[in-house]
Design a protein around this ligand. Structure first.
Ligand SMILES: [Cu+2]
Length: 493
């Protein structure tokens, strides 16, 4: 494909990038959004911690709800189990046989996907497992994943962006014997904090924009201007990007070092010190932040250092309004204000030296090298894989059960994407643009792929085969997947 052959989205974005800037942004900044943003920010809000559900049977009901997000009118939302925005956290143990009863209380279809989990394709909750309005879907599976932070969210083709924007989603915590044996912060909501990060656009009547790409109001677990009290010890933050497109270049406001202990699918071998962590939609990291030397009563923030973000990452565009603009684009902003409080008796005051011993597949074990390109079908068309828009009736890839494969994803378009594959956790083995960042050396299911970049990962496709039910691979930018940037693969005997 020639470089002229770009979709509408990229043309708009490119021209916007060229002509954008402070002058244009100021001239077009709509007063209503500015005041709305200010009102939302004016509410000083305690971080909301989703309720916890443990056991082997999990009952979820997705329904319409409301939430006081900004001053004035309640915001209409979608939430599981009456939570308003963002559902209960499901605590599962590795090895358990679990049943999830998901009831659709909406007046439209949905699906529920268990993001990052290794399970039969029929139980996966992709676009094929539609739950009609009023119906209940009851998948069952054995929890095979290592301890890590996973999540559930709708995956209904063409309405994923809308349902996710309105707040449908929740965390899954998997626990196992290796993680449980470590001295890590583990008191839910006290020193072990799940953080779903997603900006949303609010209308003048406080209603969420369901097709907007970037929000003007930062919501952390659905809370604007979120604040939390954390003990003066090591605290564990479980970070998840629930944006349509925005990336977060996360750091601590005073620039201190923190430690990655888990990637998408499990613990890393040992804590990895970082000062910044760039996260695209769908990615998770668990981090430890050392607050043991902070004065009781002092404050710091978890901050998105998004000013100067490289073009290609969502939210790097300088415009403050318009299709690819936002008040949060290309600026630094806080995602969580932290007040340091006194230590707790179960708290952790030192960093474990070792966490686990991962054994990743290696290239010599791979029986197939697969190549997939991010494409589009000409000006004005959405992104596609290998020139084909998603179709439920088309199988893009056939994988042999038990095979170890390398997949190389190529992005020669002008903007970045967030690549995600179902069924497996993989290891990134090369990035054409430079060395693999230290914190990406772990089990992953989602990664950033930037313009003019090729990324190769290796994975073993084991345990579950079906000639009928496919798994998905797709861009996790919700508007891109709804637009057709998805493919299907069968794992077959
Ligand atoms: Cu994309």
């Amino acid at each position: 494909m020639s470089t002229l052959n770009q979709g509408d989205q990229t043309i708009d974005r490119r021209s916007l990038f060229k002509v954008g800037g402070i002058g244009i942004a100021a001239a077009f900044a709509p007063n209503v959004l500015t005041s709305q943003h200010a009102e939302a920010a004016a509410i000083s809000n305690k971080l909301w911690i989703p309720p916890k559900i443990s056991g082997k049977t999990f009952n979820l009901k997705l329904a319409n709800g409301t939430k006081q997000i900004a001053k004035g009118a309640l915001t209409k939302t979608y939430g599981y189990n009456g939570t308003g925005f963002w559902g209960p956290s499901l605590f599962m143990n590795k090895g358990d046989e679990v049943t999830l009863n998901v009831t659709n209380g909406l007046s439209e279809s949905t699906t529920t996907h268990w993001h990052g989990m290794h399970l039969p394709a029929e139980m996966d909750g992709g676009p094929m497992q539609e739950i009609l309005a009023g119906k209940t879907w009851s998948p069952k599976f054995k929890v095979m994943n290592n301890a890590a932070t996973f999540w559930y969210h709708p995956h209904m083709h063409k309405t994923t962006q809308k349902q996710l924007a309105l707040g449908a989603g929740g965390f899954i915590f998997v626990r196992d014997s290796i993680e449980s044996a470590l001295a890590l912060p583990r008191t839910y909501g006290i020193d072990d904090i799940p953080l779903a990060l997603g900006s949303r656009t609010l209308s003048s009547s406080n209603q969420i924009g369901t097709t907007t790409i970037y929000g003007d109001t930062m919501l952390t677990n659905g809370v604007a201007n979120a604040q939390v009290d954390l003990p003066a010890q090591y605290v564990r933050l479980r970070l998840l990007n629930i944006e349509s497109e925005r990336a977060y270049n996360l750091g601590i406001s005073d620039g201190r070092k923190f430690y990655v202990i888990s990637t998408d699918g499990g613990l890393v071998d040992k804590p990895i010190p970082v000062k910044k962590l760039l996260m695209v939609p769908g990615e998770r990291y668990e981090i430890l932040v050392d607050l043991s030397n902070d004065k009781i009563g002092s404050t710091i923030s978890l901050r998105a250092f998004n000013k100067g973000l490289t073009f290609g990452y969502g939210g790097s565009e300088p415009a403050k309004s318009g299709d690819f603009g936002s008040l949060l684009n290309n600026v630094d902003f806080d995602v969580l204000k932290i007040k340091v409080t006194k230590p707790i008796s179960t708290g952790i005051s030192s960093l474990p030296a070792l966490l686990t011993k991962n054994v990743f597949p290696v290239k010599s074990q791979a029986s197939k090298a697969r190549a997939i390109a991010i494409t589009d079908n000409g000006p004005g068309t959405p992104f596609t894989f290998d020139g084909k828009s998603y179709s439920m009736d088309y199988i893009n890839q056939h994988v042999k059960l038990g095979a170890t494969e390398t997949w190389t994803i190529t992005n020669d378009r002008v903007f970045g994407h967030s690549f995600h594959i179902h069924d497996v956790q993989f290891k990134i083995i090369s990035r054409s643009t430079g060395p693999i960042p230290a914190h990406e050396n772990g089990w992953k299911d989602t990664f950033s792929i930037q313009p003019s970049e090729k990324v190769t990962f290796i994975a073993k496709f084991e345990d579950y085969a079906s000639s009928e039910w496919a798994f998905m691979y797709h861009c996790h930018m919700a508007n891109h997947e709804d637009g057709g940037l998805m493919g299907q693969f069968l794992v077959e005997k």
